[in-house]
Design a protein around this ligand. Structure first.
Ligand code: ATP
Ligand code: MN
Length: 479
């Protein structure tokens, strides 16, 4: 019976005979094998009696090889571990040729994150990515637990969408037509009636509109699915394929929406602290090492754990867009033209540099901005009395900028239709959405949390490509 290393270390039963299976991380002095099986960041050390061991076998214990070790669990004399296995048998399950391993990221030296990305097929074997993917799992689980505890239903919204009115970003086409010779109609245009779905279809950019349909029957729902945006922006915060959590709540107004978003983020940070201590500790140290190479001004003032606790312990600052614009307009970086995009007048869309200024320099805590100009927001957001703004809210986080985008939805049929027309959106495409505003409409709200943005915050990593196993970005869909 194999025991996972995590279980072995959390309740060590000295004197028991155990079997572990995993991959060799190092082999020192023909005697000490460090084995990792991915269940924890910690390795278990197996000590072999090399004088009694077959020389052929010793040669095959190499970095990257998979092994099964059986022996007695004993208290360790060495430092760095409290227990170790006194190996009675070592079986090589899969060899790893040292000459070939040497050329990969498995070789024991410091590799850049860029290099690790090129070898995304092997990076789960590293400490950094093992930690990230374990935390990723914990956060997925925490998301479901949070909503389940509050009576929200998980809804699967379609991934292939026939609606082109989601409006959240550029879409990827889904078609089975031959790109070299698509069928044409009489007008000489591509005839999508002959396509698989007999119409044009795309990959979803958001499950919100369908989520609203569910909320307007089931009260509180959430989606947690893949979303696709053909964003040609090569930033450290955008992916072409990412995972989004979108709760949608009937009878919620904007302030209720903000309360839920704040509670949700605090819960997730707390869950990580409680359940991912070893991995966070490793990543914290990693962050400190990285910071030490940077100029003082770019270093984090708080370490990873302090940043997580900071979010839990502080109320998020709620500020209207209008107030924020005033703050930004009068800010030092704006006056000294340090911002890439200067803030000149009300109505400007905020860039991540502005969002981060508000959070990191001005308020020094997470910020919820609300009541944005209607012209920079989507058609479905609820129109305010002033005729200029809508009930939108974005949650801004240190190091990241926007982590959540949400709004109270326009529940008044006529107002919604008016806005759809104003924005030149095909009303026919939204007949189903409009129907809910005719049959028992109610105030409702929701938001979207980009799961990988959350992961950036919780792991302290700087590039979104490093918090998803296989990133998709412009020009890159490897593996
Ligand atoms: P941004 O201004 O940062 O591009 P957005 O306004 O396009 O974000 P929304 O459409 O409101 O974002 O999407 C909701 C959430 O999804 C965002 O708050 C963010 O956390 C996440 N998100 C949006 N686009 C991406 C992307 N390309 N990659 C990863 N996460 C994203
Ligand atoms: Mn965007």
């Amino acid at each position: 019976m194999r025991t996972k290393i995590k279980a072995l270390l959390s309740k060590p039963e000295i004197g028991h005979n155990v079997t572990v299976k995993g991959w060799v991380r190092s082999f020192r002095n023909d005697r000490f094998i460090a084995i990792n099986d991915g269940s924890t960041i910690k390795n278990i050390q197996a000590v072999i009696d090399f004088e009694q061991s077959d020389e052929q076998l010793l040669k095959r214990i190499t970095i990257g090889a998979s092994v099964a070790v059986n022996g007695e669990l004993i208290a360790s004399m060495g430092k760095g571990q409290s227990v170790e296995i006194k190996a009675e048998s070592v079986t090589i399950l899969g060899d790893a040729d040292p000459e070939e391993v040497k050329l990969t990221i498995l070789s024991p030296k410091k590799h850049s994150l860029e290099k690790l990305r090129e070898e995304a097929h092997l990076r789960p074997r590293t400490n950094t990515f093992g930690a990230i993917f374990r935390i990723r799992h914990a956060m997925i689980f925490a998301v479901h637990r949070f909503f389940n505890e509050r009576g929200f239903l998980n809804i699967h919204t379609p991934i292939i969408t026939g609606s082109d009115a989601e409006g959240a970003g550029e879409m990827f086409r889904v078609t089975t037509l031959d790109p070299a010779a698509p069928p044409k109609n009489d007008a000489g245009e591509v005839d999508f009636k002959q396509d698989f779905f007999a119409k044009e279809t795309n990959l979803t950019v958001s499950g919100q509109l369908e989520g609203e349909l569910a909320a307007l029957a089931l009260s509180d729902i959430y989606t947690f699915g893949p979303t696709f945006r053909a964003e040609n922006s090569n930033t450290s915060r955008h992916l072409a394929e990412f995972w989004m959590i979108e709760p949608e709540m009937a009878f919620y107004e904007l302030a209720d929406n903000m309360d839920l978003a704040e509670e949700f983020l605090k819960y997730l940070a707390g869950y990580a602290l409680e359940h991912c201590a070893d991995d966070l500790e490793f990543l914290k140290q990693r962050g400190i090492d990285e910071d030490s190479k940077k100029p003082q001004a770019e270093r984090n003032e708080m370490d990873l754990m302090e940043r997580l606790r900071f979010v839990i312990e502080n109320d998020f600052q709620r500020v209207s867009y209008t107030e924020a614009i005033e703050i930004l307009r009068n800010s030092k970086p704006n006056k000294k033209k340090k911002f890439k995009y200067l803030i000149e007048e009300w109505g400007a869309d905020l860039q991540s540099e502005h969002e981060r200024f508000l959070v990191e320099k001005h308020f020094k805590r997470p910020v919820i901005l609300f009541d944005y100009p209607k012209n920079i927001k989507a058609f479905y957001m609820r129109q305010n009395e002033d005729g200029k703004t809508v009930g939108a809210m974005d949650v801004l986080f240190p190091g990241i900028g926007e982590i959540i985008g949400g709004s109270q939805r326009e529940e008044r049929h006529d107002k919604l239709l008016e806005r759809i027309k104003e924005m030149d959106i095909h009303e026919e495409d939204l007949w189903w959405y409009l129907t809910t505003r005719k049959f028992g409409t109610v105030p409702h709200s929701g938001f979207g949390l980009g799961f990988e943005r959350l992961m950036l915050f919780v792991t302290g990593m700087g590039n979104i490509r490093d918090v998803i196993p296989f990133p998709r970005t412009p020009g890159s869909a490897e593996f």
